[in-house]
Design a protein around this ligand. Structure first.
Ligand code: SIN
Length: 505
C-alpha cells in the first residue's frame, strides 16, 4: 500500500469525467489523486462506441441540438443545463482534438454521423470505438502528468464528513482502509448497469457512487430514468456487447421475428426514434420471437470498414455483420438521473462534486439523447477548474480551511470474505439482477415495483460481513436498486424511459 500523501483533489473514477477533471485541475497546478476500482481504462467510457454530439456543421445550430435533447428527454430536462452543455460542446471537442483524439475526418473536415433522436448529423466519432480512443488519450496524458497520481484496484469506501463538509474519502486497497483528505472530492464513478440482468455496462458499474452519496446525505434525483439501449447483441441467452446506434444511423433496419420492419409507421424517424421508444417496441415484438438488426441491403465493404470492432466481435460468434441477421435485445445502458449537482458540479454536500453518469445535471431529462453522455461529462467537468480555482489553493495545505488539517491517515484492515460468503454474494447478486430486470425494467407496474422492493429489502438482511470489499459492493448495489425502485414508485405515470403500463398516460 502506498503511503498516503495530501492532495488538492481526490477523484473517484477514471472514465472521461474523472480523467478530464484530473487533467484540467493538474493543468492549473493542483495535485490530484485518481482512485479507480479496477485498472485505469476499465470504465464505461471505454465501452462507448458511437461518439460525441456537438454543433459542428453549417446546417446545425444550438437550438436544434437543444430541441432534440429536450424532445428525447420528454421535456423533463433542466433547460439551463441543456443550453449550457450545447453551447460549450464544440469547444470541448476542440480540446479533445488538441489532446490528440483522432476523430474521423475527410478532406480536413470532421466527419459527422447520426444516431436516434438527432435531427442532424452532429456526432464526431473514431471508427466504432470512440470511447476507447478518448480514454486512451486521456489515460496517456494523465499518466504522464507529474501532478496526477493514479491508484488502481482502489475502491472508494465512504466519504469523510465533518461539520457538514466533505473532507475526504476512505480508500480501500489490498484489504486496507486509508482515509485520504483533500479540499475537493470529485465523484465520477459512473452508473448502475450491473444491477440489471442484461446490461451494456462493465462489471464496475455497481452504483457505488449513488449509494455513497446517499449515505453521506446528498440529494439524488430522477433515478427512475434508466435508459435501455435498444440494440445489444443477444446470443445464447446472454447480452454479449453493445451494437452502436450509429449502425442504425448508417441505415440498418430492425426486423421482427417475421422479418418485417416494425418501426416503420410507429414513429416518423422509424429505427432512429428516441431510444426509449425503440427499446419498448423491441421488447413488445420479442413476445413473438427474436428481433434482428439487418444490414444486408448495405455495401458489405462499407459496413465492415465503418464498424471494424463490432464486425470482428460478431465474427467471433459466427456472424457476418453485413450478411447475417444479427439478434439483438434491449439492455440497461445509462442512468439519466443521479446525485443532484448544480451547473458547477457541486452536490448538496459542500466539498463534494460530481460529474458524468453518477451526477444529475438535468440535461438528460427523462431519457438521454444518444451521444450526449460523453459531451455532458466533458462540458461539466471543464467547470471544475473555474470553480475550484477560487477555493483550492494548490499548495496542498487547504485542509486548514475546515477545522484544522486532518492528516491523511492509514487505517484498519478489512475483514476478509470467506468462500461461502463469496458464494452467497454471487447468488444474491444474480437474484438482484433478475429482480431489477423484472420489476424496474423496460415496462413497470406498481405491483411489480413493490414486489421488487420487498425482494431487495429481504436481500439487504442476508448480507453477512457487510464490511468486506464484496459485501460493500453488494450493499451498494442493493442501496442503488432500492433508491431506483422508490423513485419509480413515486412517479405513477409514464415519462421518457420510465414506462408504467398500469398508468393511463
Ligand atoms: C451507442 O453507440 O449507441 C452508444 C452511445 C451512447 O450511449 O450515447
Amino acid at each position: 500500500m502506498k503511503t498516503p500523501s495530501p492532495f488538492d483533489a481526490i477523484i473517484i473514477g477514471s472514465g472521461i469525467a474523472g480523467l478530464h477533471s484530473a487533467l484540467r485541475l493538474a493543468e492549473t497546478g493542483r495535485a490530484v489523486l485518481v482512485v479507480t476500482k479496477k485498472k485505469i481504462a476499465h470504465t464505461a467510457t471505454n465501452f462507448a462506441q458511437g461518439g460525441i454530439a456537438a454543433v459542428l456543421s453549417q446546417t446545425d445550430d444550438v437550438e436544434k441540438h437543444s430541441e432534440d435533447t429536450l424532445e428525447a428527454g420528454a421535456f423533463h430536462n433542466n433547460k439551463r443545463a441543456v443550453s449550457y452543455m450545447v453551447k460549450h460542446g464544440a469547444a470541448s471537442i476542440r480540446r479533445l482534438i488538441e489532446y490528440g483524439v483522432p476523430f474521423a475526418t475527410h478532406g480536413g473536415e470532421l466527419l459527422l454521423t447520426r444516431e436516434g433522436g438527432h435531427s442532424e448529423r452532429r456526432i464526431v466519432f473514431v471508427s466504432d470505438y470512440t470511447g476507447k480512443a478518448v480514454e486512451e488519450v486521456l489515460v496517456k496524458r494523465a499518466k504522464k502528468h507529474p501532478l496526477i497520481t493514479i491508484w488502481e484496484d482502489a475502491t472508494a469506501g465512504d466519504f469523510i464528513v465533518r461539520d457538514g463538509h466533505c473532507l475526504g474519502v476512505e480508500v480501500i486497497q489490498e484489504g486496507e482502509v486509508t482515509k485520504i483528505y483533500a479540499s475537493a472530492v470529485i465523484l465520477a464513478s459512473g452508473g448502475v448497469g450491473q444491477i440489471y440482468a442484461y446490461t451494456t455496462n462493465p462489471l464496475i458499474s455497481t452504483g457505488d457512487g449513488i449509494a455513497m452519496a446517499h449515505r453521506a446525505g446528498c440529494t439524488t434525483r430522477d433515478l427512475e430514468f434508466i435508459q435501455f439501449h435498444p440494440t445489444a447483441f443477444h446470443h445464447g441467452g446472454k447480452t454479449r456487447f453493445l451494437i452502436s446506434e450509429a449502425v442504425r444511423g448508417e441505415g440498418a433496419h430492425l426486423l421482427n421475428s417475421k422479418h418485417k420492419r416494425f418501426m416503420v409507421g410507429r414513429h416518423p424517424r422509424a429505427e432512429l426514434a428516441p431510444r426509449d421508444i425503440v427499446s419498448r417496441e423491441i421488447y413488445k415484438e420479442e413476445r413473438d420471437g427474436p428481433v434482428y438488426l439487418d444490414l444486408r441491403h448495405k455495401d458489405p465493404v462499407k459496413v465492415h470498414t465503418r464498424f471494424p470492432q463490432i464486425s470482428a466481435a460478431l465474427k467471433k460468434y459466427g456472424f457476418d455483420m453485413a450478411r447475417d441477421l444479427i439478434p439483438i435485445s434491449p439492455a440497461a445502458h445509462y442512468l439519466c438521473g443521479g446525485v443532484e449537482v448544480d451547473l458547477k458540479g457541486r452536490t448538496s454536500l459542500p466539498g463534494l462534486f460530481a460529474f458524468g453518469e453518477v451526477a444529475w445535471t438535468g440535461v438528460h431529462g427523462a431519457n438521454r439523447l444518444a451521444s450526449n453522455s460523453l459531451l455532458e461529462a466533458l462540458v461539466f467537468s471543464e467547470r471544475i477548474v473555474d470553480e475550484i480555482r477560487g477555493t483550492v489553493r494548490g499548495d496542498k495545505s487547504m485542509n486548514s480551511q475546515i477545522n484544522g488539517p486532518p492528516p491523511s491517515a492509514r487505517g484498519t484492515n478489512l475483514p476478509p470474505c470467506t468462500p461461502s460468503q463469496k458464494r452467497l454474494y454471487a447468488k444474491l447478486r444474480r437474484s438482484l439482477q433478475k429482480t431489477m430486470w423484472e420489476s424496474a425494467g423496460i415496462i413497470r407496474t406498481e405491483e411489480g415495483l413493490k414486489k421488487g422492493l420487498s425482494e431487495v429489502k429481504a436481500a439487504e438482511k442476508l448480507i453477512q460481513n457487510p464490511d468486506s470489499l464484496e459485501g460493500r459492493e453488494l450493499s451498494n448495489m442493493l442501496t442503488a436498486s432500492e433508491l431506483i425502485i422508490l423513485a419509480a414508485l413515486r412517479r405513477k405515470t409514464s415519462l421518457g424511459c420510465h414506462f408504467r403500463s398500469d398508468s393511463e398516460d
